[in-house]
Design a protein around this ligand. Structure first.
Ligand code: UDX
Length: 431
């Protein structure tokens, strides 16, 4: 099939490439000429393991091309995926400006029947809005269908998640569109949930919110475990082995970040509010998450004598999680902000994030190696769960530091091992 994917971010680029893998012909469209130029020359404009290799492969095989020409791209393709951003807008609701612009263009340039698929995470009722935006902009009526087909990929493992999804959700009331979507996904080995667009849109929010809830649950429990001297990792293991609970998303830490969970939980809360409901569990999920980095900061302060002014602290990890260069809503940045408020000199490191163009680069020194970063510091705070940090030689790092304090915001290290090297170690209820 000839597919057009509009938006070349994590979701759009990954979606494009997995459809190439399944033998389809894909055009990637973006208004940002720099992104299109980079992709055309085989370069990704973001960090995602494995994706660039696949991009090169499909450019060479001519399965994918990129363009900024909206009109031609819409006219030449019959299945159009909308993968543009839906950032957090007013009062937490999703901002649909980009989706609206795309829908209007589709209406304007439509020349024959199209299936328009929303893959971006969009609030319940958006398929209906997209339908209306298209109709309003059609010079003459041409039939089309709008399908909701949410994406569940994670940054850092986008390719694997998109190639081997747990399920595919197809939300449409049109038999014609359903048949086309089934054909498109026929080589994927997983259950397909057929439903209407509204339920499909809700499934995406409900899934992300549920996972966020698991994280806030274990984080809040971790605070009690800390008080009681209980290792929360053992609790996660003990409850996660129950099949009804499952082991994933029970890692206590500094709270969830990224471009999805914070945005999506807030958007669902906003949808509920607009419809006269309060989702009280999710309301608490947000509160627990917002206070988790502050809880950790309190522990850091306490351990270092209450006043951090004049101290030098190394922050290891800037991205919101490992294997991505995304710093959106990263707990690490919250910790840095608090440290700076307390007049701390912050030295930072990340294997892939570079602060070069960020305002933070003016107040935070970033170093190429962990050794340089921890030199002369009063403490190290582990903020991101990069594998690189799990395998550090702490015996060699200790003499470089002024004081041997490790604050492990991801419970990555073996407490006993680093304590045996003479470190003071504090994790998140990692006893
Ligand atoms: C998430 C969803 O997993 C994915 O299905 C959806 O399509 C997009 O949003 P992503 O934001 O890429 O993916 O990251 P994810 O791996 O889910 O982690 C989200 C946050 O939760 C990260 O900050 C991570 O560090 C944190 N987390 C995750 C925990 O604190 N503990 C856990 O046990 C798991």
């Amino acid at each position: 099939m000839k597919i057009l994917v509009i938006g070349t971010g994590y979701v759009g680029t990954t979606t494009s490439l997995i459809f190439c893998e399944k033998g389809h012909q894909v055009t990637g469209l973006d208004l940002d000429d720099r992104k299109i130029q980079a992709l055309t020359s085989g370069k990704l404009h973001f960090y995602e393991p494995g994706l660039e290799e696949l991009l090169t492969k499909h450019i060479t095989n001519r399965n994918i091309s990129f363009t900024t020409d909206t009109e031609t791209a819409i006219k030449e393709n019959d299945v159009i995926f909308i993968c543009v951003g839906t950032p957090m807008g007013k009062e937490g609701s999703a901002d649909l400006t980009f989706v609206k612009n795309v829908a209007e263009s589709i209406g304007r340039y439509m020349n024959r029947y199209k299936v328009v698929v929303t893959k971006s995470t969009v609030p319940v009722g958006t398929a209906e809005k997209v339908t209306n935006w298209i109709i309003k902009n059609q010079p003459t009526p041409i039939s089309f269908d709008v399908v909701s087909n949410p994406e569940f990929l994670r940054e850092g493992s986008a390719l694997y998640d998109a190639l081997y999804p747990d399920r595919i959700v197809i939300g449409t009331t049109s038999e014609k569109a359903r048949t086309i979507m089934e054909e498109l996904y026929k080589d994927f080995q997983c259950p397909v949930v057929q439903t209407n667009p509204k339920a499909s849109e809700m499934i995406k929010y409900a899934a992300n919110s549920f996972l966020a809830m698991k994280i806030s649950y274990i984080n809040e429990l971790a605070r009690l475990c800390d008080e009681l001297g209980i290792n929360v990792n053992d609790v996660s293991k003990g409850i996660g082995l129950d099949h009804r609970i499952g082991p994933l998303f029970l890692r206590a830490g500094m709270g969830y970040g990224g471009s999805c969970f914070p945005k999506d939980v807030n958007a669902l809360l906003q949808t509920a509010k607009e419809n006269g409901h309060l989702l009280s569990i999710l309301d608490s999920v947000v509160k627990v998450n917002a206070s988790q980095p502050l809880y950790f900061m309190q522990k850091i302060k306490q351990a270092l004598g209450g006043d951090l002014q004049g101290k030098t602290i190394a922050v290891l990890g800037l991205s919101f999680k490992a294997n991505t260069d995304d710093t959106r809503e990263s707990p690490s940045l919250i910790i840095i902000e608090k440290l700076l408020d307390d007049q701390v000199t912050v030295r930072a490191h990340d294997p892939v994030v570079h602060l070069d163009n960020s305002p933070l680069s003016k107040v935070v020194q970033q170093f190429e190696t962990v050794e340089e970063t921890v030199s002369g510091t009063d403490a190290v705070i582990l903020c991101t769960d990069w594998d690189d940090y799990k395998s550090l030689n702490w015996g060699e790092l200790k003499p470089l530091m002024k004081q041997p304090y490790i604050f492990d915001g991801r419970n990555m290290l073996d407490k006993r091992k680093v304590e045996s090297l003479g470190f003071h170690y504090i994790g998140i209820a990692n006893h």
